[in-house]
Write a protein that binds this ligand. Sequence first.
Ligand code: DWN
Ligand code: ZN
Length: 409
Amino acid sequence: MNSSNTCRVCGNEISPFMSFGKMPIANGFLNEIDFKNEYFFEMKPSFCENCFAFQLIDQPDAPMMFNENYPFFSSLSKHMQVHFKNFADQLISNFLRTKEDSFVIELGSNDGIMLKHFKNSGIPHLGIEPSKNVADVAKKEGINTISEFFNENLADHILEKHGKANIIFAANVMCHIPDLNSVFAGIAKLLTEDGILAFEDPYLGDMLEKVSYDQIYDEHIYIFSASSVSSLCERHDLELIDVIPQPTHGGSMRYFITHKGSHKISKNVHQILENEEKNGFKDPTTYIRFKNNCEQSKKDLVSLLEKIKSEKKRVVGYGATSKSTTILNYSGIGNDLIEFISDTTPLKQNKYSPGAHIPVRSYEEFKKNPPDYALLFAWNHSNEIFEKEKDFEKNGGKWIRFVPKVEIF
Ligand code: DWN
Ligand code: ZN
């Protein structure tokens, strides 16, 4: 367990502003025989008043979360495939002078969903992906990948072997890594003088506004704001030069970072920092309000599901997301309220959801026996899902969502 009562970024004292209670490994889908040995930790978020890093007090050790059984494969979403193609195109056209003489690195490259576009353009590249089974998928596609955790040490090895990188990028990865100082120190060494770090993660502003507290789970040790990213950069002589909001994963932010003084700072950066200040991101009372909103959202969801149960209607979960582990365990929702969760990932199917132990079934079962209500756990993929579920709606099926508020629609 990685526990800290001091801020992992700046060392300031921190304390939790709430507890979500006992949580299992969010992607620890399990068999019945493993119920008795299931691992739990108390999930308590906190906020650093010095460097503004929103973080968990405790996080399970990395190999408990990312290992050869990691069940999340980015390429399963068609919309995310398009998103990452666009991200790759943006980086190639804006930040690479030549293709062949460049070198790019992706941290947490998963199944190669983004890096393959660099490979296909003949750009020397390296993916770093600690979950071996996922890294193997990328390797099979001919994408150069090593299965390691990135830190300053690994950066030294890469530097020795490959030299400096023109672009380092990461998507939905940085917020998973507890020792960001080691990661940023490594990045500062690895980036060429005019190199660029581009990364994106769920944005604190969206989470506070939409009460999407399901963004918080073991893997997501941080939820970033521009203020916290900017403060982290300063510690490493780096500089936040641009930010671009993204619609993915329920509202994300893409950050562009360089060595200090090497690029012009966009006005977006000044604007977002001002907005965050104005909207109370640095004010502890904002987080007390968030806590109250989480409690209300949980009450609303449980009473809606209980009402539906009393009407003897069927509810099935749609998407066994990591996020659903937080919703189900914080709200105490189990198999009595949700019949099963439908998911397209073979590694999750015919297992049970972490902690709540709701059976996970294939998508074919959802199609064969559609419920009265589908609880939209994969709400961040709404557009993609609604496109393919027109029949469900036509046949009288209804959706339940809990972001931005609990409702049937
Ligand atoms: O940061 C992270 C993000 C990027 O991905 C990781 N820590 C883990 C993971 O989080 P998640 O599990 O909450 O991600 P998704 O993308 O919301 O998961 C969607 C789940 O729903 C997958 O298991 C696939 C499934 N799904 C489905 O059954 N039918 C997804 C779609 C689009 C569908 O149509
Ligand atoms: Zn701090």
